[in-house]
Design a protein around this ligand. Sequence first.
Ligand SMILES: [Zn+2]
Length: 302
Amino acid sequence: MPETAGPEEASGFDRTLAFTVAARNARGRLVRLGPVLNDIIAAHSYPAPIRHLLAEALVLAALLGSLLKDAEGQLTMQAQTKNGVVDLLVCDYRAGQLRGYARFDRARLDELGPNPTLHALFGDGYLAVTFDLASSSQRYQGIVPLEGDTLAEACESYFVQSEQIPTLIRVGVRSDANGCVAGGMLIQHLPEGEEGRERLHVQLDHPEWEHIQIMGGSMSQAELVDPMLDLETLIWRLFHEEREVRAERGARVVKGCRCSGEYYRSVLARFGPEERKEMRNEEGLILVDCAFCSRIFEIDLD
Ligand SMILES: [Zn+2]
């Protein structure tokens, strides 16, 4: 527990919770994003459907990212299409730092109305999930079609198709005048209590897993976003009949971006003098914008 627990901490905002249901060979994560979500969204002037989409994607990135055992590892989720209304959605998570943005066609989005389906937003798209492990420089990537009604369903397909891990994911997003709250839960079946990444011969119709799926499936979207219910209470409600349920608070989630003037200077320094000349504006500066933060950096190199 951190020494100073603010009101957001107390109500379970912006942190993850790891849990295991040992007797059922299941593990899970819970997350509820509040202030950090509004902070990330505030950097962009997105219309409601895109805010909702990004909120869901950020919850998923926090859930998947919190599975990383490698403290400096990174999880990246990228949804992409060739000619969708949203052509790119990127979120990443590293050491509790979360960021994300979406690129979309505003005019075409307006034609879709207030509650567009995932398919209306992306058309025939795909979702790439990448785990970069800093300690071993290993990279695991899986790509699945953006099918189903939600990004959460596409993430479930990623786990089943790319990692052969039965996975249940629930996400809730609530927006009102006070801002946005989004919560999510991920539960996975681990054969014989195995916790590693290498696993074979997982039975999708395992009775233990069917039980966990039924229990987990009863979690409502309203519960996930209800600030009066802390994350431990949600787990207790679902699994209080199980013999042994362990829960442990995970990382605090913060808004984090790797952009800085120094970083872009080092990138631009790799270009030749002629190329840099082409990039300069009338004042001799090179403008670089960070899509995650909507910040523009004026770089003066020479
Ligand atoms: Zn940035």
